[in-house]
Design a protein around this ligand. Structure first.
Ligand SMILES: Nc1ncnc2c1ncn2[C@@H]1O[C@H](COP(=O)(O)OP(=O)(O)OP(=O)(O)O)[C@@H](O)[C@H]1O
Ligand SMILES: [Mg+2]
Length: 319
């Protein structure tokens, strides 16, 4: 559905500063019905990539093809498939109510108002906006406006949906609603979605595949499942009663697999990353040297946040 080939975007220099290569030779494809997560640290080039995909800014070089149509050569045809919600840019009208916004944008896409009424009710319901349906958008909370902006992007029934940070600044409930919605539009409606996010819950919960970008380049492109497997290191959290002796402390800090997580007069927790069992014996030996009383040993869950940090920071993050 989407094909991106050798995309480059350099922002020109300003006030004597050097130009910024925000996107540096990125290529990827997204199949119809796929939900792709685009992740990366601040400034990695995610928003820039999304802006090029929805035709807001032009790449310096490279090619974008949407549903077989080249974005440069057949711009209108290519973009007719796409709707997008960009970070901080709410594609809604302040003076219209929530319902009117949905009706207006559906009409703009040429949809028959009678046919979309059910969809509008559905989105309002799903986002807990039914009670606010007749309130002007400007009087909604920030989170409600964001949910409405996403509903507006979806009401058009476009096959490709681009969402830049859809859950940024939303509360737990709203973030959950958006995740449910994402699953629905991909699984039930077969739409193609690219979303950027820093929210690893969203990634683990909804994305089948992720692309991780860093400094404008792709550093990983794989399924969430495979990436979790690839970085499946075992991490144990060991809690002892009381404090460590200075000697124990120094010996533990000497081991690169060990991090001291909490220290209080009552208890101390350390985290041990286990590539081989020998490491754990070493740690137990150090703790045993002062007969420290072990309260608990728990295995920590591997999660996508750890995987992300490992990839972006080249494995220096530790446990
Ligand atoms: N309009 C612009 N003019 C000049 N430089 C820009 C512009 N927009 C972005 N940049 C620069 O391009 C780089 C990539 O920015 P971009 O907004 O694409 O990153 P991002 O991955 O979306 O980051 P974040 O996670 O913070 O949203 C950054 O160095 C940024 O400062
Ligand atoms: Mg961004």
């Amino acid at each position: 559905m989407i094909r991106v080939e050798s995309l480059v975007k350099t922002y020109p220099s300003r006030k004597g500063k050097p130009p910024i290569k925000a996107v540096d030779d990125i290529s990827f494809s997204v199949a119809a019905g796929e939900l792709l997560g685009l992740l990366g640290p601040n400034g990695a080039g995610k928003t820039t990539t999304v802006k090029m995909l929805c035709g807001l800014i032009r790449p310096n070089s490279g090619q974008i093809v949407i549903d077989g149509k080249d974005l440069t050569q057949r711009r209108i045809a290519a973009l007719s498939k796409v709707s997008a919600v960009l970070e901080g840019n709410r594609n809604i009208y302040w003076r219209l109510t929530a319902r009117e916004n949905l009706e207006f944008f559906a009409a703009l896409k040429g949809l028959n108002p009678a046919h979309v009424r059910g969809d509008i009710d559905h989105y309002l319901e799903l986002f807990n906006l039914t009670e606010k349906a007749n309130v002007e958008a400007r009087k909604l909370s920030r989170g409600m406006q964001q949910k409405l902006a996403i509903a507006v992007a979806l009401i058009s029934q476009s096959r490709v949906v681009l969402l830049d940070e859809p859950t940024l600044g939303l509360d737990v409930q709203a973030s959950y609603e958006i995740r449910q919605l994402l699953k629905e539009i991909v699984h039930d409606q077969g739409r193609t979605v690219i979303l950027t996010t820093h929210d690893m819950n969203v990634v683990q919960d909804t994305c089948q595949r992720v692309i991780i970008v860093n400094e404008g380049r792709i550093v990983a492109d794989d399924s969430v499942h495979d990436l979790l497997d690839l970085f499946r290191v075992r991490v144990y959290k060991i809690t002892i009663q009381g404090v460590l002796t200075p000697c124990q402390r120094a010996s533990l800090l000497d081991m690169e697999q060990v991090i001291i997580k909490e220290e209080s007069p009552e208890r101390t927790s350390i985290s041990v990353r286990l590539e081989e069992s020998q490491v754990l014996y070493g740690v137990i030996g150090i703790l045993g040297s002062n007969n420290s009383l072990i309260e608990s040993i728990d295995q920590e869950q591997n999660n996508f946040e750890r995987v992300f940090l490992e990839i972006v920071e080249g494995g220096t993050q530790g446990a």
